[in-house]
Design a protein around this ligand. Structure first.
Ligand code: GLN
Length: 277
């Protein structure tokens, strides 16, 4: 009774999201990978493992995101620890990393700033790809920064300096970057999407930004020129319906070569621009 085969068959009857994630929760409980389950279908987990798995399954059924239950999420091939103190890194944010890596930045020791780093996903991905770059990663949340620093240590990444700061406020006034990038909160406060897809379990401060969702983007875009080298780049992630408004903000702040790019689902997802005084 309660062999892996039976547990998986029972889980397949659950609502779709939970049914899909059940094997991952079982593998996580047993501290194995998913393929192990299919190699040992007759194995019967110990009673306390069974209890733990069922508790996780119940939490998943109530909408808690998988990443908070397992405590990790993969981003840019890096296994990152995540907690409810930070947003769960999204695959579409990899576009920000990919675009930053393709910029015409000549310096091999470029200064790069990631604003609102959360779990550290963006800064860690860039730091791992460009060990010569000097990264600064900020967050207003001390808990988020501690987690990001832990993720950096886990991956033996040493070229990131973590600063507790609301956007630019806590930074050295003479910092001049080749690239500034951010995945800030950009959801409107009354967006019904906030009630779905596990978002109620994520930190609201990492998701919403004023009535139109643009409050933090305005602060970032408006202040970025003061922290950029001549010819430096700003890249921000935003909502799929914010492309026009964000390009306008870049224009007002004096950026050139302003461009919005789409994610793999053809939704406007990031905007970038170059600043030259
Ligand atoms: N893309 C996220 C979502 O709507 C929001 C992330 C953010 O606000 N930066 O699910």
């Amino acid at each position: 009774m309660n062999s892996i085969r039976e547990l998986l068959a029972a889980a397949a009857q659950l609502p779709a999201d939970t049914a899909t994630d059940a094997p991952l929760l079982l593998a996580h409980t047993l501290d194995k990978d998913r393929s192990w389950l299919y190699a040992w279908p007759e194995h019967c987990p110990a009673p306390e493992q069974l209890e733990h798995y069922q508790a996780l399954l119940r939490r998943r059924l109530h909408g808690e995101p998988l990443a908070y239950l397992t405590g990790h999420k993969e981003f840019w091939s890096l296994q990152l620890r995540v907690t409810p103190d930070t947003l769960i890194p999204r695959p579409e944010t990899e576009l920000l990393v990919e675009t930053a890596l393709a910029l015409p930045v000549k310096s091999t020791r470029a200064q790069v700033l990631d604003l609102g780093t959360g779990s550290g996903a963006i800064a860690l991905a860039l730091a791992s790809e460009r060990p010569g770059w000097q990264l600064t990663a900020t967050d207003i949340s001390k808990k988020a920064l501690a987690l990001a620093a832990q993720n950096a240590a886990q991956h033996s990444i040493h070229n990131i300096c973590f600063v507790c700061s609301p956007w630019f406020q806590g930074l050295e006034a003479d910092l001049r970057c080749h690239i500034i990038l951010s995945n800030p909160p950009y959801v409107a406060e009354d967006d019904p999407h906030l009630q779905q897809d596990g978002l109620p379990h994520e930190p609201i401060s990492a998701l919403t930004a004023g009535a139109d969702g643009l409050q933090d983007l305005r602060t970032i875009i408006g202040n970025a020129p003061g922290f950029l080298q001549p010819g430096g780049w700003l890249l921000v992630e935003h909502g799929m319906d914010q492309g026009t408004a964000v390009r306008q903000l870049f224009g007002l702040a004096g950026f050139r070569r302003i461009e919005t790019r789409q994610d793999l689902e053809y939704r406007d997802r990031i905007t970038l621009g170059c600043y030259s005084r």
